[in-house]
Structure formats: C-alpha cells, structure tokens
Write a protein of this length. Structure first.
Length: 255
C-alpha cells in the first residue's frame, strides 16, 4: 500500500524557403519556383472537424445552459427536447442549436444569466473520494468546495481516495475538454511514500515498464529518490490516463 501526492506541473517551427541559384542580370527566368510557407498550406486545407473545442462567439444551446450552472450538457439536451427552453421568445427543441452572446435564453420561463468562469484549486486531503456521488456515503471532495462559489463547478481530473494533492475545479467546459483531450499530453508528477524502503532493483523494474492485468502497459518517464527524503519516498513522472496508476505500479513490485 502506498500514499502519494500529485503535484502540479505544467512554436511553431520556422520553415524557410530553399536557397535558389541567383540568376545573372538580364537573364530571363523560366519555370520560376514558387515557395509556399508551411503555415499557408494549413490555411488552405479544409479541416473535417476538430475534437478540441474552438472558442467562437456562437455556442451550442446545451453548452450555454450547462455553463450557467443549471445542469450538465446531457441533462440540458433533455430539457431542450421536452420544450423547456426558449431563445428570444421562441421555443427551441432542435439539437445542436447555437446561440449568440446577446440572445435571451429562458429555461422553464426564467431568464438564464451566464455565470462567470470560476477556477478553484483544492489541496485534496486523504480519505476523500473524487466522484460527484458516492453510493456508500463516503466523504467527497465536492463537500470541500461546495461553498467556494455559487456556480456549479466540477473536477477536471480525479485522485484516488488515499491520495492527496492538487485538484482543479471549474465551470469552464472548454478548458475541461482541452485538458482531458488525448491530443494534449499531460505530465503528472507524484510524490510517493510506500510502506517499506525502496530498493534499486524494484526501481529498475518500474523504469523498464510493467504489464497490467487489463492488458495495458505502464512505463514512467522518470523515477528518482526524493532529495533529503526517506528511503520510502520516491518521485514519479508519468503520462497516463489509467486508473490508480501509481498504486498499481507499486503493488506490482510488492509494496
């Protein structure tokens, strides 16, 4: 068993044209090469959708409602299809309908006012679960941030019950999608303390990577002893979206 902390971590290349031979004065050039900057190629290519959210003025109606802190996007879709939402005095039941910033949106007869974007950092203590609801009635991180602001905020990522460390809560759905998108690789840094001294053979095994029971493969970017720390303390850098990634790593080598 191990206890660990998750710590916060947070160019476009310049493309030059190839050098051409300088022509002599008075000489006419034939088939003069045309050089196109790489960025211009991207501009002329029509992209077929982008899973990363784009920041435009017009937003989907379900997102507008969710950002106001009324409900989730999925619940907003239900409210829209059941006829509880109006835009500029007209009933809207169309999925994917987009609204402008100056549109008047009503839910169940009441005008929706867009809430401010809120960002709350929490130093999560141990013995708190990161889920929104818990069937066993265990202590949740939502209880710790309940009075942080009036807007509805959710956790960007989760930590295990026995872990402590930094968590970000926000009502900024664009940021949540961007941070959780597989295209954006996020490095996670953990300060791990296990139940006995760590030996170098186990560190070598972890650095080479381990096979998980579910068929996945875990290989950290780096593992080092904590400077001025105990022999039971170790730092781990890893990029993975696996559940209980650190705990499963050390359980594999007998900690």
């Amino acid at each position: 068993m191990c206890a660990y902390q998750k710590k916060d971590s947070s160019g476009r290349g310049r493309v030059g044209a190839k050098k051409t031979t300088q022509k002599k004065r008075g000489e006419k050039s034939k088939n003069k090469p045309k050089f196109v900057h790489k960025s211009d190629q991207f501009k002329s290519t029509k992209r077929k959708g982008d899973a990363v959210p784009s920041f435009s003025e017009n937003v989907r109606l379900n997102k507008y409602i969710a950002n106001a802190g009324i409900c989730s996007r999925r619940e907003a879709d239900i409210f829209i299809t059941t006829g509880l939402v109006e835009v500029n005095g007209k009933l809207v039941t169309e999925m994917g309908y987009k609204v402008k910033p100056d549109d008047e949106v009503k839910y169940d007869g009441a005008v929706i006012s867009q809430s401010q974007k809120r960002y709350v950092l929490l130093n999560k203590p141990k013995d708190f679960v990161s889920t929104n609801t818990d069937a066993w009635g265990r202590k949740s991180v939502n209880q710790l941030v309940f009075n942080a602001c009036k807007e509805r905020i959710v956790a960007v990522d989760k930590l295990d019950k026995y872990a402590s460390g930094l968590m970000l809560f926000t009502n900024d759905s664009d940021l949540i999608k961007k941070l959780n998108h597989p295209r954006h690789i996020k490095k996670q840094i953990f300060h791990v303390e296990v139940n006995k001294n760590i030996n170098f053979d186990d560190m070598k095994t972890l650095m080479e990577g381990i096979e998980l029971e579910d068929g996945g493969f875990l290989k950290p970017d780096n593992i080092e002893f904590i400077r001025d720390g105990k022999p039971k303390e170790i730092g781990v850098e890893i990029q993975s979206n696996k559940y209980r990634v650190v705990e499963r790593m050390f359980e594999h080598v007998g900690y």
